[in-house]
Design a protein around this ligand. Structure first.
Ligand SMILES: [Zn+2]
Length: 452
């Protein structure tokens, strides 16, 4: 039992603090130049994350032009292309992959030396997960976030696009109902095909806010917008068995399709049965198109009913169409969610700011591991080390001068000098211990050295 607990604790601590990762935030107006610079300085496998699909290719081309072997990856590629690109990267044939956040799930390459985010991601959750793909072999690796002045605007825009004004939600609802020819009071428990791109084009609606509007209307329970449909085809045979034997089909192919159906599937006479056109094609050697047409032909002849698989998105009405002015959006599906998104954006922007706080400590604090010591090797820690070697003399001179002019309390020193409370307290006690300044009975500090 104890062993188990010990193990679990280990797993937990390992999942958050990663001693071999150096977190770096770079503020730059020249992200491309900075990216090339980083990849030239840090050898080995790399992942570069960007927000848009289009830019994965643009950036990958740019790297190749600069002699860095790169490829691009996003969710819009075919399965074959994706596998090919993943394999080339895994086997080191390609050094750098420039990708959207679609890349990385289920891909475990231990020797990733650097993960660079060219754009600030939507949340620290996303950032931490993607950055964590660096250095899984435990060797020293870098995770770099490139930040420019436009990132904050992009992220705030993301929030407003995700939560459009409520009047806009009502407009989208009304237009979508008209688009599907659903009258007020109708539609209950019905489902309509919904071509989203055509809808946006027809009413000249902005794509992202409109998409968000449909999702909010879904969460509010007025519609159910289903985008990804992978429903299988279904068939039920309407004719009875004797009719089938006497059936004279127009083509031999149609006959073969029907025979295959009867051989492969059972229960076709009783109810709709899921079928797979690929399997029928494989068994008969007939192409998909012919199978599809044969099944439609049988449907027209009322021999069977064929419902082809659907790829178009649809909208289902859990309730009949409302007058737009009666639409209500509860706090839980609008304000609360917007607030949460806003907070996530502020957190990631605060991490990305030119702070003095240790990057790793800041990340861990966000995930609830408070009071974690500074890592000592992120950009903030290194910068602080550099600065502190200069400022200790500055603090010393400041305290010596101020207490030379007249005796001061500790609070006065803290209020007048532009150093941190800790730095001033440490310096004062050092100078008292060494005899440079005196701690007087009225709790003030004085430098007995006369002013020149
Ligand atoms: Zn640090």
């Amino acid at each position: 039992m104890e062993r188990l607990e010990f193990k679990q604790r280990n797993v937990f601590s390992k999942s958050f603090a990663r001693d071999n990762l150096s977190y770096v935030v770079r503020h730059t107006h020249e992200k491309m130049a900075e990216l090339v610079h980083i990849l030239q300085r840090v050898p080995g496998t790399a992942i570069v994350y960007v927000r848009s699909r289009k830019r994965t290719k643009v950036i990958s081309d740019h790297l190749n032009l600069n002699g860095i072997k790169a490829d691009y990856y996003h969710a819009g590629l075919s399965i074959e292309e994706k596998e090919d690109k993943q394999n080339k990267w895994k086997t080191d044939e390609c050094r750098v992959v420039v990708a959207t956040n679609a890349f990385g799930m289920g891909i475990d390459k231990p020797d990733v030396r650097v993960v660079v985010h060219v754009d600030v991601p939507n949340s620290l959750e996303e950032y931490y997960q993607e950055a964590g793909r660096a250095g899984r072999d435990g060797k020293h690796s870098y995770v770099v976030l490139l930040v420019s002045s436009t990132d904050s605007r992009t992220l705030h825009r993301h929030v407003t696009d995700s939560f459009p004004e409520k009047d806009f939600l009502r407009t989208v609802y009304e237009r979508a109902c008209n688009f599907m020819h659903v009258a007020v009071g109708c539609g209950y428990d019905h489902q309509y095909d919904f071509n989203f791109n055509l809808f946006c084009r027809t009413f000249n609606l902005p794509v992202l806010p409109t998409h968000s509007a449909l999702n909010i209307l879904t969460r509010a329970g007025y519609i159910s917008f289903i985008e990804e449909v992978e429903a299988q085809s279904r068939v039920m045979i309407l004719a009875d068995k004797n009719e089938l034997y006497e059936l004279h089909t127009t083509t031999p192919c149609a006959d073969q399709v029907l025979q295959a159906l009867l051989r492969i599937y059972t229960g076709l006479f009783a109810d709709y049965v899921f079928i797979n056109e690929d399997v029928i094609a494989y068994r008969t050697g007939i192409d998909q198109e012919t199978i599809y047409n044969s099944l439609l032909e049988f449907t027209r002849m009322h021999i069977l009913h064929y419902v082809p698989r659907k790829r178009t998105p649809f909208i289902y009405f859990p309730t009949s169409r409302e007058e737009p002015r009666y639409l209500r959006f509860p706090k839980a599906v609008y304000e609360d969610l917007r607030q949460r998104m806003q907070e996530r954006v502020e957190a990631v922007l605060s991490y990305a700011s030119t702070g003095v706080r240790c990057r790793e400590a800041a990340l861990l604090a966000y995930f609830g591991e408070l009071n974690h010591g500074d890592c000592g090797h992120c950009d903030a820690c290194i910068e602080r080390k550099k600065q502190s070697s200069h400022t200790s003399t500055d603090v010393q001179e400041g305290v010596l001068y101020m207490t030379q002019v007249k005796p001061r309390t500790m609070q006065e020193l803290i209020d007048t000098l532009s150093f941190s409370r800790d730095e001033i307290c440490d310096m004062v006690s050092f100078l008292v211990d060494e005899g440079y300044i005196l701690h007087l009975p009225d709790d003030t500090y004085s430098n007995p050295e006369p002013l020149k």
